[in-house]
Every structure is written in C-alpha cells, then in structure tokens.
Design a protein around this ligand. Structure first.
Ligand code: PLP
Length: 392
C-alpha cells in the first residue's frame, strides 16, 4: 500500500535546499546556494565539546537546557543587547532555531489563525505555519530596495491575525530592519495585540551599511512582554550542523515553547550544550570578527556578479545577496538556476518558493547567492560563471 501523506504535509513542497544541494553534488557544481560556511567555528569550542563527550555529558540534558548554557544565553542577551533575563524561566534551549520556530508556532497558533511573515520568507516558516493549521499572510519586501512598507504591513493585519514572525537580519534579502521600521512593527503589534516571534539567527552578522546595526525588537518600548526571540549558535559561530539554539522572552512565552518542544525532541545535543555555553562566554567577540570577514567576501561576490551584468543587492547582514535575473533575460529564477548549474557548474537558489501564491510576480525572477564560503570558492564560482553564457 502506498503511503498516504497527511494533508497537513501534502501541500508543502520539499525544501528547495535539498533539491539544489543534491543538484550541486550531482553536477560537481560550486555550491553558492545553501547557507553553510565551509570553515568551522572556533577550535576552543570544538575542544570543549570533545571534553564534554569524554567526561560523561552523554545522557539527556534537562528539557530547558543545561543550566550553564541557559546562564550563558542570559548573559549573552545582557552583554550584547541589554536585555535582562532569568535563566531559569525566560530561557529555553532548542534544537536549533528551527525547533524554536516549530515549537512557537505549534504552541501559539490556533487552527485558522493568521501568521504574518516578511516575504520572501525562510521556507521552514511556511511549512510550520501550515503544520500548525495557521494561515500565512505575507508582507512583501519588494526589489530593489527590499524595505518594510508600513502600509503593506498594516494592510496585511486582519481580525484573525495572531502572530507576526519577524526575521531581521533577513534571509534571503540581507535587509536589516532599521529602528524606525521596528518602531512601526511595534506600533502595529500593540495596536492589534499581536505576539511577535523574532528570528535573530543572523543577529551578529551585520555589515557597515546597516543604519542602526541589529536592534532586537524586544528592546523597543512596550515590546518585552509580547516578543519571543529565537537565535542559535549555527550562523554566528559557524556551527550550522550542531543545531543548538535558544528561545528567550517573558516566562509565559518561553513556557509555551517548552510545552510544545518537550513532545518534539524533549532535549538534544547534551555534550554540545556546554560547548555552546563556552562559545557565548569565551568566544563572544568571534562573531564580530566573522562579520568583518564576511563583509569582504560579500564585496568579492558583489563585484563579481556586477561584472556578469547582474545588479546584486548590497546586503546589510546575513550570508546572502539577491539578484534579479531578468537583467540577463530570464523571467524565471528557477529556470536560471537549473540552467546555470548545467552551463557553469554553479548552484544558486531560486526564490519563487519563498513567495506565496499572491505575490509570485514579486519573486519569480529573484535568485539568492551565498557568500559564507571561502574567497577561493567564491572566486572559483565567479570564474565558472564568467566562462559560461548566462544570458537566456
Ligand atoms: C539558518 C536559519 C535558521 C535555522 O537555524 P538553525 O539554528 O540551524 O535551526 C532559521 N532561520 C533563518 C532565517 C535561517 O537562515
């Protein structure tokens, strides 16, 4: 008997990253698609994990996370953002930010509730909103500026809107919301009594062009009690494979995350948790160094893409830049990415899957490129692109 995929999953396409990373492997392509660094994070953190593995930290950790990591997360929020937290009730360790997103949506969204996302939106949001029985409503960040349009935000809120899932620094556009844009979000949240879940996995990876740097929404007046913040070690410390993250915020919201997460994974990564605590406490300057280095790699990729006739967006943060491939005569980003994998041996990610059905036109011709790779890999990718015919 053929397996019947439950309807809550049947409408959700497989993640574009699996498809395009498999394509990169099959074609021997340079992978400028999926956002993982090709150099690991600080070795002192790896050593701490090895030590934990050897010294018996190999059984279940508490559901909320090991106390040392919860204290380190609270200290991190205070050190970098001035946010004071009780490590026992206002911090919960998660299996990457991905589980934080899943648990928050499962815990806080009733079937039929509307969830607002900035679009193009990270693909796990759409899948998890659907699994939670919620309805996705999008506020589109439109090319070429990719700024938050206050009118569009207000227009997207309706009587069923329950929650705003906010991602800044924003994957894939590289937009970092300004203090003024965040103030608009805060005003709308108060006016309509919305909860806000913030995905801040790129909180440290912000470049010179970001007007106000990264400002956590929770630090704006009146926001603390309605904001649940999510982050993780993956992007900022270059350990994307570890999947150790954290949810922070007022005790009732953190308790809601725990209510769902205890039945998802209960707990994970026991020997990695003390190592992540070490990263937050003793390698707290490392992400700023990474950001400076990433900015140089961004500039390398931007210059190369410009030389190919594309006009990439100068991202203000994250691992990514976006281009409009209509500049090379392609109306469809997916066709461009498949074509370029074959012609040039370079993989990038088409963004139409990051847009909802109502705003396909805004995303059809957009393609995301990752610069979290070594300069050699970026140069090899650019060389290959330069040798191929990229116009349609
Ligand atoms: C990578 C990423 C995540 C996933 O974070 P993990 O800690 O690896 O689960 C979540 N949100 C955004 C926007 C991301 O880019």
């Amino acid at each position: 008997m053929a397996a019947h995929l439950a309807s809550r999953l049947a409408g959700i396409p497989p993640t574009v990253f699996s498809e395009f990373s498999a394509l990169a492997v099959r074609t021997g392509a340079v992978n400028l698609g999926q956002g993982f660094p090709d150099v690991d994070g600080p070795s002192s953190v790896v050593e701490r994990a090895v030590e934990a593995l050897r010294s018996g930290a190999n059984q279940y950790a508490p559901g909320t996370g090991v106390p040392a990591l919860r204290r380190a997360v609270a200290a991190h929020q205070l050190r970098h953002h001035g946010i004071e937290l009780d490590p026992d009730t206002e911090v919960c360790v998660t299996t990457g930010a991905t589980e934080g997103i899943a648990a928050a949506l499962l815990a806080l969204v009733e079937p039929g509730d509307e969830v607002l996302v900035l679009e193009p939106s990270y693909d796990s949001y759409d899948a998890m909103i659907a699994m939670a029985g919620g309805v996705r409503r999008a506020v589109t960040l439109r090319a070429p500026a990719y700024r938050l349009d206050a009118g569009a935000l207000r227009a997207a809120v309706g009587p069923r809107t329950r929650l705003l899932l906010l991602n800044s620094p924003h994957n894939p556009t590289g937009t970092v919301l300004t203090r003024a844009e965040l103030a608009t979000v805060a005003a709308v949240a108060v006016e309509h009594d919305l909860l806000v879940v913030t995905d801040e996995v790129y909180e440290h990876l912000v470049f010179d062009g970001a007007a106000d740097g990264h400002v956590p929404l929770a630090t704006l007046p009146g926001m603390r009690e309605r904001v649940l913040s999510l982050s993780s070690v993956g992007k900022s410390w270059s350990f994307t494979g570890w999947k150790v993250g954290w949810a922070t915020g007022p005790a009732p919201l953190v308790a809601a995350v725990l209510a769902a997460k205890q039945w998802l994974t209960f707990t994970s990564g026991a020997p990695l948790q003390p190592a992540v605590a070490h990263a937050l406490e003793h390698e707290h300057a490392w992400p700023q160094e990474l950001a400076r280095d990433l900015q140089r790699r961004r500039d390398l990729l931007l210059a190369g893409l410009r030389g190919l006739g594309l006009e990439p967006r100068t991202s203000e943060g994250t691992y990514f830049t976006v281009t409009d491939v209509e500049q090379l005569g392609w109306a469809d980003g997916r066709a461009f990415c498949l074509g370029v994998a074959e012609r040039a041996g370079v993989v990038a990610i088409p963004l139409q899957g990051f847009h909802g059905p109502e705003s396909q036109d805004a995303g059809r011709h957009l393609v995301r490129w990752a610069f979290c790779k070594t300069p050699e890999v970026i140069e090899e990718g650019l060389d290959r692109l330069a040798r191929a015919t990229l116009t349609r």
